[in-house]
Design a binder for this molecule. Structure first.
Ligand code: ATP
Ligand code: MG
Length: 431
């Protein structure tokens, strides 16, 4: 048999899942700090949800979606991102009626995009993202950005770059759009077919094109910054002011437009400036999406959010040479020598686990020496040895691996003794 994982997907092996879990825990902790609550939505949705929200001129909708017909002839799509589903759920479950507004949500789970595989780019990847829906206060834009930064900082990353821009409101964008069309139209035949399609539908997308990024007209394209109306400019100033209050350094990049249609006002990306990170340096992207809730059938509730992939976060940790020590340890390795002792070992191992003491034993009838080596590899704190002699005395030999000290402990007080010694060990470690 020669079946491998599908291109663009990966197995995360037991030697790696420890890192994943550590990062996921860190993320959940940050969400608790900031009071974002988890939402879990299906991994597939009606295709229309994404064409309506992400936008049908975007790369995601045009090239990257896993869309299929189910047996009932519905067009379904494996979710390529999380905001559309979160907003759909917000509307469907009338979260706009919740007493506490804005509604602050986070999600973490697999997303699917048909992309060319490279470092940091997969066809199935795990995104963590947050959405704050129901407030147009620029202070919450700063909160959302600060949560993303905080995740990276708590993961030990130092070489971070935050880039922000304002896409303005509808009015600002309409005047900018007109200017873009007049700018590109005379030379549009020099651009890729996607850009030619984008010209009338969504010329802003041209600025985000990966094919034509070096065309001279890109450099001279009219900048959104010059088209912000007074209100949009004032909003952007406040976001910057709050970021300054939070001591979060940022750069303004007037060309940052982001790949999804639903963004307006604040847009941002966080990049890794670590050497050796590779070609793709964007760790996270997000922005404001006032109007999306209405677009999906809800009331006029403004929103803002971001998404990051865990894959790129782990790559950045590696690129900065941060080592995540594997915290998995074992409390007790139980060794039973001989048939009778083996039975006792099986029983004890079970009892220890019932008492929330992690325990492991041998199931291959290996020699004592080999079992001791296993205990070492598993970083066991204690080894419990039971042979015929011990069995006769209704006791087991309890050995502390770090010091080598050992004591004969009666079965009846074994659990208590292990708990006491463990507490002592921990206290010493924390000194
Ligand atoms: P890119 O320009 O790299 O294609 P994007 O604009 O498509 O990114 P978003 O849709 O904003 O990305 O997704 C937010 C984040 O999700 C990205 O910053 C990145 O961390 C992650 N991400 C997006 N696509 C992938 C992928 N194919 N594999 C792994 N992570 C991804
Ligand atoms: Mg992309």
């Amino acid at each position: 048999m020669d079946i491998k994982v599908p291109r663009g997907t990966q197995d995360i092996l037991p030697t790696e899942t420890g890192k994943w879990q550590a990062v996921e825990e860190l993320i959940r902790e940050q969400c608790r700090m900031y009071q974002y609550k988890e939402i879990r939505t299906p991994v597939f949705e009606h295709t229309e949800l994404f064409t309506r929200s992400v936008g049908d001129t975007t790369d995601i909708v045009q090239k990257e979606m896993y869309t299929f017909q189910d047996r009932g002839n519905r067009s379904l799509t494996l979710r390529p991102e999380g905001t559309a589903s979160a907003v759909r759920a917000f509307v469907e479950h009338k979260m706009f009626g919740y007493p506490d507004q804005p509604v602050k949500l986070y999600y973490m789970g697999p997303m699917f995009r048909y992309e060319r595989q490279q470092a940091g780019r997969y066809r199935q990847f795990v995104q963590f993202g947050i959405e704050a829906i129901g407030s147009a206060d620029p202070a919450i834009d700063a909160e959302v950005i600060s949560l993303a930064m905080s995740v990276y900082q708590n993961a030990g990353l130092k070489k971070l770059k935050l880039v922000i821009n304002s896409l303005g409101d509808k009015e600002s964008r309409v005047s900018h759009k007109t200017a873009l069309v007049s700018h590109f139209e005379p030379h549009i035949e020099e651009f890729c077919s996607d850009c030619q399609n984008r010209l009338q539908k969504n010329p802003l997308r041209i600025l985000d094109c990966k094919v034509d990024r070096n065309h001279p007209l890109m450099e001279t394209a009219p900048s959104l910054a010059d088209f912000l109306n007074e209100e949009s400019a004032a909003y952007f100033e406040k976001v910057k002011e709050y970021l300054t209050i939070l001591n979060i350094p940022f750069e303004v990049d007037p060309n940052l437009v982001r790949g999804l249609d639903y963004y307006n006002h604040t847009a941002f990306e966080i990049m890794s400036a670590a050497e050796g990170f590779g070609a793709i340096t964007t760790l996270a992207g997000g922005g404001r999406y006032n109007g999306l809730v209405e677009e999906l059938g809800g009331p006029d509730a403004p929103g803002i959010g971001f998404a990051m992939s865990i894959e790129r976060l782990l790559l950045a940790i590696e690129a900065e040479n941060n080592v995540w020590s594997d915290k998995s340890t074992l409390d007790v390795y139980v060794i039973g020598l001989g048939e009778a002792a083996k039975k006792k070992a099986v029983e004890l191992t079970y009892q220890l686990r019932q008492e929330k003491i992690t325990a492991e034993m041998d199931y291959l009838d290996r020699k004592m020496k080999t079992q001791m080596k296993s205990a070492d590899r598993l970083k066991a704190k204690f080894v419990l040895v039971i042979g015929d002699d011990e069995l006769e005395k209704e006791s087991a030999m309890l050995k502390e691996l770090a010091t080598g000290t050992q004591n004969l402990v009666p079965f009846s007080s074994l659990i208590d003794q292990i708990k006491t010694s463990s507490t002592q060990l921990e206290a010493e470690e924390n000194e």
